[in-house]
Each structure stands twice: as C-alpha cells, then as structure tokens.
Design a protein around this ligand. Structure first.
Ligand SMILES: N[C@@H](CCC(=O)O)C(=O)O
Length: 232
C-alpha cells in the first residue's frame, strides 16, 4: 500500500504523517506538492494539518483550488482512499467531498490539548482495528474545529452512520461537558457515504509513537494496511 501526502504552503503536519507511514509503518510514501496535479502511483491520499495558504479567507478556502486537491477530488470520486486531518478535514468540506463546515471554536480560542474520542463506527477501512465504542486519546490543535451542518445534513449523517468519531469523556460519555469546541452532536470525524473519504479534526499522526505520549492514533493507519491485506 502506497501513501501520498500533500503539502501546501503553511502545512505543518505533513512530515508527521510521512514519519508514521514511511518510518513507522515502512510503507512507500510519496510527497505531493500542492502545484502537482499528478498524484503518482498511490493508494491513499493524506491531506495533513496546518494552515494552508495561511488560512486566509477561512481555513481550507484557498487550498480547494490547488491542482493537487483537484486531482484528490477525482481520486476520491473514483473510490480512492482520502484522509483529511484537521486542516485536511477543513479542506475536504471546502471541496465538497464531505458535508458541513468547520467553524470557529465555541469559545473563539485556539485549542491545543489531548482529548478522549469515542469510536462510533468500526466497519470502515479507517477504523477496523478499533473496537466499537472504544475511547481513544488523540491530540487536537485548532481554532476552527466546531463542526456545523444544517439539520437535514446532520440527520442524514447520523442515519447513514457517517459519524466516525465523537468527542467524549474518558468513560465514553458524549455530552456538552465533553465537547471542546462546540461541534454539533460532538462530531470529531465523519466519512462520506461510501466510506472512502474520512475527515477528522484530531491528529492521529501525533499519537502514533510512544515517545510522543501515546499510540491510539496508530491503529487508524494500521486499519488501512489491514484492509489492503484482506483485499489482496
Ligand atoms: N488551521 C486550522 C487547523 C490547524 C491544524 O490543522 O493543525 C485551525 O486553526 O483550525
């Protein structure tokens, strides 16, 4: 399984993802500059966190027009696996691969923390190595992470089981006291209807090495590898 990681001016988590896929998981990893429309021979595109194009206008608004993102949209529409982390999730909503929007955090402040997340769906390429309802601890770092969607969209996300991660307490309680940024329904990550596109505000790549304080995020990348093995 080969990974491709897009870098925009202002990305700051691209190397962290490369460290996980190339150095920890030992998988071929191709770095894709935002001006490249050729993604190369890859199986998974990762859109990393950061402040693409300085977060001007709003997070992800400019990145949606980059040649690499236009190719990533084609790739996703053909069934390719696309993961957007934090700024990557914001970009995925901007290009329309995922519904809804990420707005300013409820308290209007940038949050940098570690937060418990409840895994809501494991019948997915991205999460098969977790258990249903498992609570994992993953870092968050964002100013615009408050997930919003209109009532119909929210209902359809819930009905189709597209909510993959929710902010929770460490015992798995999902409520307003355990919602760092005010996201509707405590949504921390969603997938598209077909499940090949996942966007999440927390950073699994920052929880993939014991030296960084935890490995709860590594299972996400291992799930993807597992799915490739079971298909092969
Ligand atoms: N630019 C984003 C996210 C930062 C990141 O991706 O780590 C924000 O402040 O909301």
């Amino acid at each position: 399984m080969k990974f491709g990681v897009i870098t925009f001016p202002g990305s700051n988590c691209d190397r962290d993802v490369v460290y996980v896929t190339r150095d920890i998981l030992k998988r071929p990893t191709h770095r894709i500059w935002h001006e490249d429309s050729d993604l190369g021979d890859i199986d998974v595109v990762v859109i990393p966190g950061g402040f693409s194009y300085g977060d001007y206008l709003r997070c992800g608004a400019v990145a949606q027009f980059s040649p690499a993102m236009r190719s990533a949209v084609d790739f996703a529409n053909k069934g390719g696996l696309v993961l957007g982390i934090c700024n990557g999730f914001q970009i995925l909503t901007e290009v329309g691969l995922l519904p809804g929007a990420l707005m300013r955090n409820r308290d209007m402040r940038f949050i940098c923390d570690r937060t418990p997340l409840k895994v809501e769906r494991t019948a997915l390429t991205w999460t098969s190595n977790y258990t249903q309802g498992q609570v994992v601890t993953i870092p968050i770092a964002h100013g615009e992470g408050c997930y919003y969607a209109d009532t119909d969209t929210l209902k359809s996300l819930e009905d189709n089981q597209q909510v993959v991660f929710r902010y929770s307490s460490s015992d798995g309680t999902v409520d307003n006291n355990n919602n760092p940024n005010g996201s509707l329904n405590n949504i921390a990550g969603i997938c598209n209807k077909t499940g090949n596109v996942l966007g999440m505000m927390p950073h699994p790549e920052r929880a993939a090495d014991t030296r960084l304080g935890g490995t709860d995020g590594l299972a996400l990348f291992e799930s993807v590898l597992q799915s490739a093995l079971s298909v092969a």
